[in-house]
Unconditional design. Structure first.
Length: 195
């Protein structure tokens, strides 16, 4: 029995389709994956992170971008839409100015359907992107934030916060995310796993 070959797309084909698509998709080495919608908690957390960072970056050369900004990681390998990205003196892949190439901070709000990908393959790509200094993963079902910070030897240092107290310190851009403000309006239905 013969199997049908899996269709792979070039980055140019992906961008041509994506720029006319009604719904967003991510691109991973030739494969295209549709993105699903988020929950209310996901929306609150991503919005809070964007607002908090945007307020702190006002008047500076670093700018926040929401989930509508496509990010090119490891040229040609991954096109993705982080929940929040920050770039200093933002650079884009072409004149369409819709694909950021130099993020310094990436923030992802974890969802059951994407958590393994955000922690695994996507983080592997982010680690290879020289411009990225901080990768922030935020749980939406309990107060839990993981901050990965690139060290001088290209190793990554993990800092975890498991309560509504404290700050996520983004030293590369001189900003802080207060945990209690990050989770503003989010209601937790179950007892936190890390309590």
């Amino acid at each position: 029995m013969a199997t049908q070959a899996h269709r792979l797309y070039t980055p140019e084909e992906y961008l041509a389709m994506e720029r006319q698509a009604e719904f967003r998709s991510e691109y991973v080495h030739g494969e295209i994956f549709a993105m699903s919608g988020g929950s209310r908690a996901h929306s609150y957390i991503a919005g809070n992170a964007y607002r908090l960072l945007g307020n702190q970056l006002e008047g500076r050369s670093c700018a926040p971008f929401g989930s509508d900004m496509r990010v090119l990681v490891n040229p040609g390998g991954l096109y993705t839409y982080p929940d929040v990205s920050i770039a200093c003196d933002p650079q884009f892949s072409d004149s369409a100015v819709d694909t950021l190439t130099n993020p310094i901070v990436i923030v992802e709000v974890l969802s059951p359907s994407t958590e393994a990908y955000d922690r695994g393959l996507k983080f592997a790509y982010y680690r290879r992107q020289a411009s990225i200094s901080h990768y922030v993963l935020i749980a939406q079902d309990q107060p839990h934030v993981e901050l990965y910070t690139r060290q001088e030897d290209d190793k990554w240092l993990l800092t975890e916060i498991n309560s509504l107290e404290g700050d996520v310190n983004l030293d590369a851009i001189g900003c802080k995310l207060p945990i209690n403000k990050l989770y503003d309006r989010v209601e937790f239905s179950a007892r936190p796993e890390f309590a």
